[in-house]
Design a protein around this ligand. Structure first.
Ligand code: ZN
Length: 199
């Protein structure tokens, strides 16, 4: 995942909150900080985020902050409406959603849930807001196998491309996402079972 995708993903996660360049650099591990500044100015010129004076959600300082542009947020609102319509289906069973982007977004939401559960069971500090960051840390700590972590990031990438890059998702992307999800959920269910039998 590119640095600009990570930045958009983080801003989407904390929306309508906002981060300053410094906090984003620390949280996402993008160094030097000037690189965050450059990327954010580029994303601003593309209309994907807004830079303005305000209070940063993380450090609470009054300075130049970044917030996701509501225009690109419109896509997210559409997806959320789609998700609500289908909310009766369990997060782990993929319902029949016409909107492909919505379907990939549901898989990503299930991945977020899994990662939060693993984090809560193994770590005392608060998780970062960026899901990619969480996946990378859990992989480095050996809590998610490399294969499954890579597939999780693939689904997150597909979702971000559909959401922030306006890439049209087709049956090919859905096939990648659902097959990746099959491998992830197989591992996860096995892990839940073995955790239970050990308890
Ligand atoms: Zn800050």
């Amino acid at each position: 995942m590119s640095n600009s995708e990570m930045i958009l993903e983080l801003l989407g996660e904390i929306y309508p909150g906002s981060y300053c360049d410094d906090c984003m650099s620390v949280e996402l591990g993008i160094h030097p900080r000037q690189q965050v500044n450059q990327i954010c100015r580029k994303l601003e010129s593309q209309g994907k985020l807004i830079r303005q004076e305000g209070s940063c959600e993380k450090c609470q300082k009054e300075k130049k902050i970044n917030i996701l542009n509501k225009e690109s947020q419109a896509i997210k609102i559409r997806i959320n409406a789609e998700l609500k319509k289908n909310s009766r289906a369990s997060a782990y069973s993929i319902g029949r959603i016409e909107d492909v982007t919505g379907q990939i977004d549901r898989l990503r939401a299930a991945i977020v849930k899994i990662c939060q559960q693993i984090w809560a069971a193994n770590k005392s500090e608060k998780p970062p807001r960026s899901i990619s960051k969480i996946i990378n840390i859990l992989r480095e700590d050996g809590l998610i196998p490399s294969l499954q972590a890579g597939l999780m990031l693939t689904i997150c990438n597909l979702r971000n491309a559909g959401l922030y890059e306006d890439v049209k998702m087709s049956a090919k992307e859905t096939t990648i996402a659902t097959n990746a999800w099959d491998i992830i959920s197989e591992w996860w269910e096995k892990k839940l079972k073995s955790d239970k039998s050990r308890a």
